[in-house]
Design a protein around this ligand. Structure first.
Ligand code: GDP
Ligand code: MG
Length: 166
């Protein structure tokens, strides 16, 4: 299997942390400041079963300027070109306006979407199911996978899930 995976999600949900973990070398800029990653940065991940080309898609969040509108349009074009979309959200902040904006955009895209709930190291296990249910109501996700990109929890399972979508 091989294919292109777009990573989307609000600033600071952990997209760069995940990419850096699975790619094994730093290719995206990590920062506590939102919107540090301005370019589509690609990295290749090779497992026993698959090869993924990951695409960082920073332009999908709510635009503040006209340049932002252009970035959103370009991000939607990217989402229509890849094989699978990985939509990452933050378990310790829950559903919010930023997620809502992206979900509205995802309704315009027909590719499979895997919802990745990141930072599960920050929440009590009992909190996870209500979070999953909240997101499940918003969009018909192909899969929902909780992970901790920082600690590496369930990231191998996520790669398995993505492999099955290619
Ligand atoms: P991006 O804007 O989506 O690329 O987010 P980053 O990867 O830059 O991460 C933003 C912040 O969240 C950084 O301080 C990361 O260390 C932190 N972070 C990312 N993933 C996790 C995680 O799984 N658990 C915790 N506790 N923090 C995380
Ligand atoms: Mg980033």
């Amino acid at each position: 299997h091989s294919g292109f995976i777009a990573i989307i999600g609000r600033p600071n949900v952990g997209k760069s942390t995940f990419m850096n973990r699975v790619i094994g070398e730093k290719i995206a800029i990590m920062s506590d400041k939102p919107q540090t990653t301005r370019n589509k940065i690609q990295g290749v991940v090779t497992t026993d079963e698959a090869q993924f080309v990951f695409i960082d898609t920073p332009g999908i969040h709510k635009p503040k300027h006209r340049l932002g509108d252009f970035m959103v349009k370009s991000a939607i074009d990217t989402l229509n070109e890849v094989d699978v979309i990985m939509f990452m959200v933050n378990a310790d902040e829950g559903y919010g306006k930023g997620d809502e904006f992206i979900i509205e955009k995802l309704k315009q895209v027909s590719n499979p979407v895997v919802l990745v709930i990141n930072k599960i190291d920050q929440v009590h296990p009992d909190q996870l199911l209500p979070i999953i249910d909240t997101y499940r109501e918003k969009l018909d996700f192909d899969e929902i996978v909780p992970i901790s990109a920082l600690e590496g929890n369930n990231t191998d399972h996520l790669l398995d899930v993505l492999t099955k979508k290619l």
